[in-house]
Write a new protein. Structure first.
Length: 726
């Protein structure tokens, strides 16, 4: 590649593009400096204009800052049309034009760049040449060409775009952060990236197919294509964990997009919430679709008539809210639109007006009786609201204010229709068996109702509670202010590991989309959570109230996982049951997975394996994946053994929930059949763990696991397992 005849001329072209980019940045910094230098005074309009200039300039500078990543990574030459010569375009991560506004580099998302990713031997899309560049710190060091002849067949009929650049990128050591794939996007990936904004786009992709990278590049593409709309409505990326959110957080900035919010479902609902552990049974129950009706029933159960009349005094007059009054007020309030807390205000007004009218009516009758007897009625007898000369409406209003202020009246109102926050509703529901049974009548069994109460620890929340809080928030509304629940909504939502979201979590996401525009990526074969789904129809149904259909896309090529590991992994996956096909691994390393039975302390064997792998790969990441209930001492033993390693290698110890979606140069799995407690989930968990590896894999199992390992087909590729000891 470094002896290409056009290397020097292409290097000069790219250097010129970099120089022009530096010139643009310099001009923007000068604009910013001038804006900051302006006096802080001036008219409001002048200050507003200055703020707009500063904000726009800073945003533009952010988009132009991509560190040491390549500005330009390819070129495409189009076939001549008639007597006109073929056009040539240089493709890069953002657009750069010369002083005459002629393009030096075209943004990869522009329509003219599409053939760079889509052209194949069967359909050249009018290309004569596709060229990939390899740059190190902004300097061109290599060129890879794919030539297309007039018939549209590429030489050798390649099925991959830029295979040299692709394999070079795949072979790089892992850093703990996901990088962009903008230079090596393949045709099936590009089709998804450029899919229309409207509707729900579902992407089923097996391990190593780049589904996460595709989803993030799609977010960048949509922001470029629909910038006016989506910069205002915003784009949300939902990651499966905080670890994964950190892993992907540099991808979009590297593509020039800094305004995308990346979060997790718990952080989206209740930022900063400290969550307790939950059992699988609790998680499944609270994720069940029946919870929609249960929460609605729990709210309705708190709107109840008085058990007995409530009496209190205004001045010297006794007022009474009768059971029938409370029952009639509830009927009226329930016919009103709005949330529970909004309708509480209406119910209060109904009762107050009724009491005030009765109070003033009694005052009028007594006045007439006193006047008939030539007596005199004073304000001390009935208060200032009993003024015979006062306007009737004013009198009712003033009497109503006094009644509202009575603590006894407010206590009666709280018994009839309490103000509730979502947290109060759930706390009450979980703390009182009677409330749980009442709300669950016709919905839950007695055992399930008891589970709600028995699993509760006062003042705490489990992850499965958060979607229920969100459901309750919609029904309850704010306690004080007017209007509906304050839910942030987005123009487009990207959900990674979508197979893991529950029915109730899917409703949370559906409420946060402005126009049901979403991209869901995942792999049904990697469903490990107790409430996860293995059917895309069930995953999408709660999200698409405004969309009748969703588009389905498959990623079929495994770029990351070597064939030796992929073949072992798919022994764990019942593809027929899931209606899936194994992905096609395009790489082979010649290194087979190590499958070894441990004789002796497991922690020591894992520590030895982790050190061995670190010394073997020398550079990159080793991931040691353990069951979530593995003792802390085991993790510490492994990390202590690796603490003296020198060089650029790093070892991480983590559970399957944290490892999901990540990549490691080498993976060591401890007690592989017990990563999760449930057998079906444990099998999917091992499938997920195995496919985190990009180069090497070791499975260390205990003697008690041998029958399961054999049943799962996990003994060595030669048919038997080896052994390992400390």
């Amino acid at each position: 590649m470094d002896t290409h005849p056009e290397l020097e001329s292409e290097r000069a072209y790219i250097e010129n593009a970099y120089s022009r980019l530096d010139e643009i940045k310099s001009r923007l910094r000068e604009t910013l400096k001038e804006a900051y230098a302006l006096e802080r005074g001036g008219t409001p309009q002048a200050r507003a204009e200055r703020d707009v200039i500063v904000r726009a300039t800073l945003e533009r500078l952010d988009r132009l800052d991509f560190g040491s990543l390549a500005l330009c990574f390819g070129r495409l030459d189009r076939l001549p049309e008639g007597s006109a010569p073929g056009e040539r375009f240089y493709i890069g991560r953002l657009a750069v034009a010369d002083r005459d506004m002629e393009p030096l580099v075209v943004d990869w998302r522009a329509p003219v760049a599409e053939p760079f990713y889509r052209a194949t031997g069967r359909d050249s899309m009018g290309l004569a040449l596709r060229r990939h560049f390899e740059l190190h710190h902004g300097v061109l060091v290599g060129i890879e060409d794919e030539a297309f002849d007039d018939s549209g067949m590429a030489e050798g009929g390649p099925t991959l775009a830029g295979p040299g650049a692709l394999f070079y990128a795949i072979e790089q050591s892992r850093t703990g952060r996901m990088g962009d794939i903008v230079a090596t996007i393949q045709a099936e990936q590009d089709e998804i990236i450029r899919a229309p904004l409207a509707g729900v786009t579902v992407v089923q992709g097996g391990p190593g197919t780049g589904k996460t990278a595709v989803a993030l590049h799609r977010a960048a593409y949509l922001l470029y294509t629909y910038r006016h709309r989506l910069e205002r409505q915003r784009v949300l990326v939902v990651a499966p964990s905080r670890t994964f959110a950190k892993y992907i957080d540099r991808v979009l900035p590297s593509l020039g997009e800094t305004g995308v919010e990346i979060t997790t479902i718990p952080a989206l609902i209740e930022p900063g919430a400290k969550l307790r552990e939950q059992s699988d049974a609790e998680a499944r129950l609270k994720a069940d679709p029946r919870m929609v009706s249960l929460i609605a029933k729990a709210v309705a159960d708190r709107e109840r008539p008085l058990g007995r009349d409530a009496s209190f005094y205004l001045g010297s007059v006794q007022l009474t809210v009768t059971r029938e009054m409370s029952r009639a007020a509830i009927r009226k309030a329930r016919r009103r639109p709005g949330t529970h807390n909004e309708r509480r205000r209406y119910l209060e007004t109904v009762l107050v007006n009724q009491l005030a009218t009765g109070y003033l009516s009694l005052a009028e009758r007594l006045r007439e009786a006193h006047e008939h007897e030539d007596g005199e009625l004073t304000r001390a007898d009935f208060g200032e609201f009993a003024d015979a000369d006062a306007d009737a409406d004013d009198a009712v209003r003033e009497a109503g204010k006094a009644i509202r202020a009575l603590p006894e009246f407010q206590r009666a109102l709280e018994r009839i229709w309490p103000r509730l926050t979502p947290r109060q509703l759930l706390e009450d529901l979980y703390s009182h068996q009677a409330l749980a049974v009442l709300a669950g009548r016709g919905l839950l069994s007695a055992v399930e109702a008891s589970l709600l109460v028995d699993s509760h620890a006062p003042g705490t929340l489990a992850r499965a509670d958060l979607p229920l809080l969100d459901e309750a928030a919609v029904l309850l509304g704010p306690v004080r202010k007017k209007g509906g629940a304050d839910i942030q909504r987005f123009g487009h939502i990207v959900v990674d590991e979508a197979q893991e979201i529950s029915y109730m979590e899917a409703r949370v996401l559906g409420r946060r989309t402005i126009s049901s525009s979403m991209t869901l990526v995942g792999d049904l074969a990697q469903t490990t959570s107790p409430h996860g789904q293995r059917d895309w129809e069930r995953i999408t149904s709660p999200m698409r109230e405004a969309v009748e259909k969703w588009s389905y896309h498959k990623l079929t090529v495994n770029y990351r996982t070597p064939r030796e590991i992929s073949d072992l992994a798919y022994r764990l996956c019942d593809t027929d049951e899931l209606d899936l096909e194994p992905t096609v691994a395009i790489r082979s390393t010649g290194t087979y997975p190590v499958v070894a039975e441990v004789h002796g302390p497991l922690a020591e064997a894992l520590a030895v394996a982790a050190v061995r792998e670190a010394l073997t790969i020398e550079d990159g990441l080793v991931g040691v994946i353990l069951p979530g209930d593995a003792p802390q001492e085991m993790s510490e033993r492994i990390l202590n053994a690796c603490s003296q390693l020198r060089g650029a290698v790093r070892v991480e110890v983590l559970g399957i929930d944290e490892a999901k979606g990540l990549e490691f140069d080498s993976v060591v799995v401890g007690t592989p059949t017990r990563l999760l407690s449930e057998p079906a989930a444990a099998k999917a968990a091992l499938f997920t763990a195995v496919t985190r590896a990009t180069k090497r894999l070791s499975l260390l199992f205990e003697p008690r696991e041998r029958p399961t390992m054999a049943a799962w087909g996990m003994l060595s590729p030669m048919g038997e397992a080896g052994s390992a000891s400390a």
